[in-house]
Design a protein around this ligand. Structure first.
Ligand SMILES: [Zn+2]
Length: 106
């Protein structure tokens, strides 16, 4: 599956103007104007900025050296999570070191 990548319309337009070395879109050639209009007319889609985080380890082993008291917190929202999850179940941040998907019912 091809994944879409999203770009900012205004940033793209500014980049084009700069690259062509013109002051504004009035100085574009006919072909450039066609492309410019396509950029302006392209439908906007709803996107949210991707949040990133990592699982931060907390806790210490108990007197028996038992590490079960250790837990992990999301660096983005601070909620306790499970190390290895790809996304924080609380805030949705994508975890840099995450490898597992949360299974339904967990
Ligand atoms: Zn989180």
């Amino acid at each position: 599956m091809v994944m879409d990548e999203y770009i900012g319309r205004e940033a793209l337009k500014q980049s084009i103007i700069k690259r062509l070395g013109v002051r504004n879109s009035q100085y574009l050639t006919q072909t450039e104007k066609v492309l410019w209009e396509e950029i302006e007319r392209a439908p906007a889609v709803d996107v949210q900025p991707v949040m990133y985080g990592e699982w931060i380890e907390y806790g210490e082993p108990n007197e028996y050296g038992d590490y079960s008291a250790w837990y992990w917190k999301c660096s983005n929202c601070g909620d306790v999570g499970v190390a290895g999850l790809r996304f924080c179940p609380s805030c949705g941040a994508r975890m840099n070191d995450g490898v597992y998907e949360l299974e339904a019912g967990q």
